[in-house]
Design a binder for this molecule. Structure first.
Ligand code: GLA
Length: 739
């Protein structure tokens, strides 16, 4: 890995053995992009890739006879108002109303390692040898504003991380109206674009569309990263598939509003941008103020979408997740939500917990309903004191009883919210994020607390940390069950209202930071009405996220398949729940529910006391099985084998990093009459090693070399699937290397 500066050519080459990025200081002092893609050799100059052309209807950004125009030049952080008519990466308004800026190269520095971005979450390295970083400094002489472009190249992954910093040193008060984290200009438009699209209970479905001239975008203006779109975009060559072809992907390490867009120009160049959504964003750059954009990471793969996912999974697991649970198998939990909702007594909870302990679960999680006057969703949020009517021995007493059963104890909180019927609201109505002259729109009968204000975060921190300190708590599920609507802070000046959305997210990160620092042993799981805030920003604090409120096995296949594009199984909270399923009314086999949830941070979400004896025995077996296989399921290299979108089958495999073991899940949606023959082609095995392949449903065993398994494939036993009930039947195959 290296970052090289060629002084004569004024070019930077950032590369490792997989990817290269070449930047230049252009004649006007701006930074141009000459190349991004597969690793190429370093040469003294790539200047031939800088294409000045005199073209019709093109304004020239230099005195005649130059042909220098930003109209078509590939730039790294383009501005409005020069000669580029495409979407700019940033926008600054001056006191005189002008939006023309001219940041010119001043200097740069190259260093080993990666600087921290605190208080923003970001990827990090533990040793300087794991990454090199480049900071390019530019200056606008008229306003005396500094712009620093930051880049980090990781040594062992095809990943370039980026962010941008604005620092106002001049006297003028500037207004930063847009600041993307990433701009990437590419020389052609021969791509399809891929993103994750959804809604509540059907998050992160995969969408692949051709690129068209003009703009295509995804975004969130909901105050959180959202269930509707995920802060991720990929450009893939049309022929690229799961294993081959070029993919360029970007992900934003951020949990609030974002915009991701792809612009195809008339010259068929592509501009990819990702960053905070400019709507409702205005940051004051008065003298001494600065702004740092969230981090964006760029992944390059020449091994298709599979290669892209492997890079993301390794990046998040090795360089984003922190703490005790980094690369550590996650406890098998049982959560009481779908078993009781908010209607429970301590005796009910102990009965459910004791059955969970008998089944072999390692963690019991008490969900919503334990605090304040929380008997339904009209009351209680904001009052983080145990409801002694339901739990007379408090959380302390309950947690001790659960621990005495041999399990850890976990607790649900929703710290960013308040109900009108709560002591907190009665005491501090101004803590609600809303315009007091307007109607405050409730959602699930709750309001958003103004986390852009430190005193609000302080109040919630004091309450929540007291509960945690008092009891034996090993896990916290941090929920967030509505989007932001009337975004107005009563603790903020008129001139800073445009900062509130970002400051809100900084407040969320602040509380996460305080709690994870004070309680480093606790495993945090983020949640937002299921998976409405599943993003890398939160993975920095909470290594796993509840993937979806939809626990139906057939729906989960698609949700988890889509989620795996960017996020590793270790981060995907996945539970077996009761049937008929609460969200869709469907009944799927118990084993299939488990076979889907195994490929995630696994648990149960039902009262095991209600299961017939044979099903309870099956649950016990599932837990024994999973304890043996979870490390492979959660931390193996994950390959998507058969895509469920639009088809009747799905398959995936997770292969241990040392390739000695692997586990494959095959799932059929409906049982079909006289079904066609089907083979599944596993991937990621060691070609020469011999594996024992065990069909967990039938017990049938094969012994075959990896090359045979991968290339000749494994026939799917359709008769067995019919015996297993046909509809929603599934098979698990385990692979163990034998001598
Ligand atoms: C959200 C979560 C659920 C559950 C409920 C509790 O919907 O996604 O898992 O915690 O809130 O109110």
């Amino acid at each position: 890995m290296s970052i090289v500066f060629h002084p004569e050519a004024q070019e930077f080459h950032l590369f490792n053995d997989q990817v290269s990025c070449v930047l230049e200081v252009m004649a006007n002092g701006h930074i141009g992009n000459l190349y991004y893609g597969k690793r190429i050799a370093d040469v003294p100059s790539f200047a031939y890739l800088h294409e000045d052309r005199d073209r019709p209807l093109t304004a020239i950004n230099a005195p005649w006879p130059s042909a220098f125009s930003l109209n078509y030049l590939r730039q790294d952080y383009p501005a409005f108002g020069t000669t580029d008519y495409r979407y700019p990466a940033y926008k600054i308004r001056r006191e005189n109303g002008s939006e023309i800026m001219d940041f010119k190269y001043v200097s740069h520095s190259i260093s080993a390692g990666k600087p921290s971005m605190a208080p923003l979450p970001a990827t990090y390295v533990e040793h300087d040898s794991a990454a090199d970083s480049l900071a390019i400094e530019l200056f606008d002489a008229v306003t005396a504003t500094r712009l620093i472009l930051h880049y980090t190249m990781f040594a062992d992954l095809p990943v370039l991380a980026r962010h941008t910093e604005f620092i106002q040193e001049g006297e003028e008060s500037l207004c930063l109206e847009q600041a993307m984290s990433l701009n990437l200009d590419l020389p052609d438009a021969d791509y399809e674009w891929v993103h994750l699209y959804g809604a509540w209970a059907r998050e992160r479905h995969i969408r692949v569309s051709p690129l068209a001239e003009g703009l295509q975008s995804i975004y969130s203006m909901r105050g959180t990263s959202s269930a509707e779109h995920n802060p991720f975009i990929a450009l893939k060559r049309p022929a690229a598939d799961e294993t081959s072809g070029e993919v360029i992907a970007a992900s934003l390490v951020y949990s609030g509003n974002f915009l991701g867009q792809v612009e195809v120009s008339t010259d068929r160049e592509t501009r990819l941008q990702l960053g905070i959504h400019p709507n409702n964003f205005r940051w004051n750059l008065a003298k001494g103020n600065s702004f740092v954009t969230p981090e964006a990471v760029l992944v390059y793969s020449d091994q298709g979408l599979g290669g892209m996912s492997h890079a993301f999974h390794d990046l998040w697991n090795n360089y984003l997740v922190r703490g005790e649970y980094k690369n550590t198998p996650r406890p098998i939990l049982l959560n009481n939500w779908e078993a009781t909702f908010m209607n429970f007594t301590e005796a009910d909870i102990l009965r459910i917990a004791s059955k969970a302990a008998e089944a072999g679960a390692e963690l019991f999680v008490l969900d919503d309903g334990w605090f304040g006057k929380r008997d339904d969703d009209f009351a209680g949020l904001g009052d983080w004191k145990v409801n002694l009517k339901k739990l007379p021995n408090g959380i302390k007493g309950l947690s001790e009883k659960v621990e005495a059963m041999g399990m850890k104890f976990g607790l649900w909180i929703e710290p960013e919210m308040v109900n009108e019927d709560s002591d907190l609201f009665r005491e501090h109505p101004d803590y609600v994020l809303t315009d007091p002259e307007r109607f405050a729109s409730p959602s699930r009968h709750q309001y958003i607390l103004d986390f852009s204000r430190k005193e609000v975060v302080d109040n919630i921190h004091a309450q929540v940390s007291a509960v945690i300190r008092d009891a034996k708590i090993s896990y916290i599920k941090w929920d967030m069950n509505r989007y932001l609507s009337e975004v107005y802070s009563r603790g903020t000046d008129a001139g800073q209202q445009g900062e509130v959305l970002h400051r809100y997210i900084l407040g969320v990160y602040d509380l996460y930071d305080r709690l994870t620092t004070e309680f480093p042993d606790i495993l945090f799981e983020s949640c937002s009405s299921g998976g409405a805030r599943f993003d890398p920003g939160l993975l920095y604090y909470a290594p796993q996220a509840w993937c979806s409120d939809d626990t139906d096995a057939a729906e989960r296949m698609r949700i988890q398949y889509g989620t795996s594009l960017v996020y590793p199984n270790s981060s995907i909270g996945a539970h077996v729940s009761a049937v008929p399923n609460d969200q869709v009314g469907r009944t799927t086999p118990l084993q299939t529910r488990a076979n889907v949830a195994f490929f995630g941070a696994f648990g149960y979400e039902l009262d095991l006391n209600h299961l017939p004896a044979d099903e309870f025995a099956a649950v016990k077996e599932q837990i024994v099985f999973y304890k043996e296989w979870r490390e492979v399921c959660q931390f193996g290299t994950f390959h998507r084998l058969i895509n469920p979108f639009g088809g009747n089958d799905m398959a995936w495999i997770s292969v241990a990093k040392d390739q000695k073991r692997a586990i494959l899940g095959y799932y059929q949606i409906l049982g079909l009459p006289n079904p066609r023959l089907l083979r599944v082609y596993p991937r990621g095995l060691c070609q020469d090693a011999v594996y024992e392949v065990r069909n967990q449903a039938s017990g049938a065993v094969l012994r075959l070399p990896g090359s045979v398994i991968e290339h000749a494939g494994l026939p799917i036993d359709r008769d067995l699937l019919r015996e297993l009930g046909g509809d929603f039947a599934s098979l698990l195959l385990t692979f163990t290397e034998v001598d």
